[in-house]
Design a protein around this ligand. Structure first.
Ligand code: DGL
Length: 241
């Protein structure tokens, strides 16, 4: 038993979608959330920049006493989680990956994977597709330029404009069965995204991350002994203009 907080980080508000899923499953845990808005977007950073960013976020959460760290970001997970695990062997990490396995498991035919450029072009995403796609399925791997940043502004018009630009080349949107939200910011715009794909179901990785966090904490006997609802502390870094 351990009442230290669960650390969660992302490039900004996107990680709150993961936090919400984890809190639903583990309400008595304490949480410390770090949104690295100063470095948003992560999706266009090169690997060395990204490594330095995730190291800083991890150091911050360790200083806050985190007993486990959730990388609430597909971009950082697909490119740096192995690096983090090697660098901090005593800290358990839970990553967030595009829900490709879940989507392919439905057996539906037309899948559209939306993510940042970093996630879309990462070898890990290619691997997830190759490992899970079934013979009758098609997956369109579409990087959404500027979308995480637009969502970060919470400006509905800007988000809509960005969606129009990114989706203009998607053929037969009405035939898309599943849209995989492969960036933790995207569930915050799920209604707007859904309006482009009237017959699709939207999937994200939140519940999987929550279950994995519970599993690791339970195996390591690190679950909180709290019998009441836990606390959440939020920290955001600021962009220097
Ligand atoms: N929310 C993150 C993700 O899941 C990062 C978005 C960004 O900063 O580009 O990929």
């Amino acid at each position: 038993m351990n009442s230290s907080p669960i650390g969660v980080f992302d490039s900004g508000i996107g990680g709150t979608t993961i936090l919400k899923s984890v809190r639903k499953l583990l309400p008595n845990e304490n949480y410390v959330f770090f949104g690295d808005s100063a470095n948003c977007p992560f999706g266009t950073k090169n690997i060395d920049e990204l490594k330095s960013i995730v190291r800083n976020a991890t150091d911050f959460l360790i200083k806050k006493g985190a007993k486990i760290i959730i990388v609430a970001c597909n971009t950082a997970t697909t490119q740096t989680i192995e690096y983090l695990r090697e660098l901090y062997p005593n800290i358990p990490f839970v990553g967030t990956e595009p829900a490709v396995k879940l989507a392919c498991g439905t057996g539906k035919k037309m899948l559209l994977l939306l993510s940042t450029e970093g996630t879309a072009h990462s070898p890990r995403t290619q691997e997830l597709i190759e490992q899970n796609i079934r013979p009758n399925q098609q997956i369109v791997n579409l990087p959404c330029i500027g979308l995480a940043e637009a969502i970060e502004t919470t400006d509905a018009d800007r988000i809509h404009e960005c969606l129009v630009k990114n989706f203009k080349n998607v053929e037969k949107p009405e035939e898309v069965d599943i849209v995989i939200l492969g960036c933790t910011h995207y569930p915050l715009a799920s209604e707007q995204i859904k309006s482009f794909f009237p017959n699709a179901s939207l999937l994200d990785g939140g519940d999987g991350v929550a279950r994995q966090t519970q599993k690791i904490l339970s195996e390591r006997k690190l679950l909180s002994p709290n019998t009441e609802s836990g606390t959440v502390e939020y920290f955001f870094s600021k962009k220097v203009k």
